[in-house]
Design a protein around this ligand. Structure first.
Ligand code: FE2
Length: 290
């Protein structure tokens, strides 16, 4: 983000609204509304009615998300005047690897993209559709969009030919320019690709794969920074590998730098492969742990 200050013309109600969201008093948000006011959170598609419900939503958001913070970039009574639409190729981005504003003010966004047919192919496996394949496949390929807000143009590229999903990164770089990101690689239905953890170096364009073997599907690889880490990839990757033939699970620990295996923990029974997790260090004193 280049600027955290709202535009000079921003109405006081907008700055008050942002201030209330950034504060610790849910009632302050509710108090900005008329007694019969409504508030729709477009991200989740839910409408709240009246001050109590609106304040309740702020309290709920605070309980679910650490450090909720609102930055007003633009505000307009006319509604969507500041939304700009850029035509790109059709596709579905289920998971974003990262997004940030580069040094030239362009927005860079990366993530695996799947077409309609590929989406149904993989989705049928995940939801257990009768007649599905015996192992999950993917037809998602990593794309990069560079949105030039000044020129009003988008540069769109497929940056790799390996089917992947579930991208992760060192979360200290979330929203900032990252050199590395990681993903789960899959075979496609034609036998290309493999089950493994892939590491992308965005500076050199290189990729490295740690293969885990046939019918052994890794879950999302969570990055854990090493103690005293100094480099972006100074840490570990944790992934739960599902052995689809043995109906067993192992926790695989990789060195995030070279993708070498550090340890395999054999779990006593099958568990979910896992996705959308974060590593949270246990820094609380023993007596304060929940
Ligand atoms: Fe998801």
């Amino acid at each position: 983000m280049k600027s955290s200050s709202p535009r000079a013309m921003t109405a006081p109600i907008v700055t008050d609204w942002a201030h209330a969201w950034n504060g610790a008093e849910p009632q302050a948000l509710g108090a900005l509304f008329a007694a019969d006011g409504t508030y729709t959170d477009q991200a989740v598609g839910v409408t709240f009615h009246g001050r109590q419900e609106i304040a309740g939503w702020k309290a709920r958001a605070d309980s679910l998300i650490d450090n909720v913070h609102v930055i007003v970039r633009a505000a307009d009574r006319a509604g969507a005047r500041h939304i700009r639409w850029f035509p790109i190729e059709l596709g579905n981005v289920l998971h974003v690897a990262n997004a940030y504003e580069d040094g030239q003010g362009r927005i860079v966004l990366e993530g695996p993209t799947v077409d309609r047919e590929g989406f149904h192919l993989s989705w049928n496996w995940w939801i257990g559709t009768p007649g599905r394949g015996t192992e999950p496949v993917s037809r998602s390929y990593t794309r990069r969009w560079v949105v030039d807000m000044t020129a009003g143009s988008v540069d769109e590229q497929i940056i790799d030919d390996l089917p992947v999903e579930f991208p992760t990164l060192n979360e200290a770089y979330l929203g900032a320019e990252n050199r590395y990101h990681y993903a789960v690689s899959f075979p496609d239905e034609k036998g290309n690709g493999c089950y493994g953890i892939v590491k992308y170096d965005r500076t050199t364009g290189a990729r490295r794969i740690h293969q885990v073997g046939d019918a052994r599907m890794p879950g999302e690889a969570v990055f854990v920074p090493a103690a005293g880490a100094t480099r972006e990839d100074d840490g570990y990757l944790l992934t739960v590998v599902s052995d689809l033939k043995q109906d067993a699970s192992q926790l695989l620990v990789l060195d995030a730098s070279g993708l070498d295996r550090i340890a395999t923990v054999h779990l006593p029974h099958r568990v979910s492969a896992g996705l959308h997790g974060s590593w949270i260090p246990d820094t609380a004193p023993a007596g304060n742990r929940d």
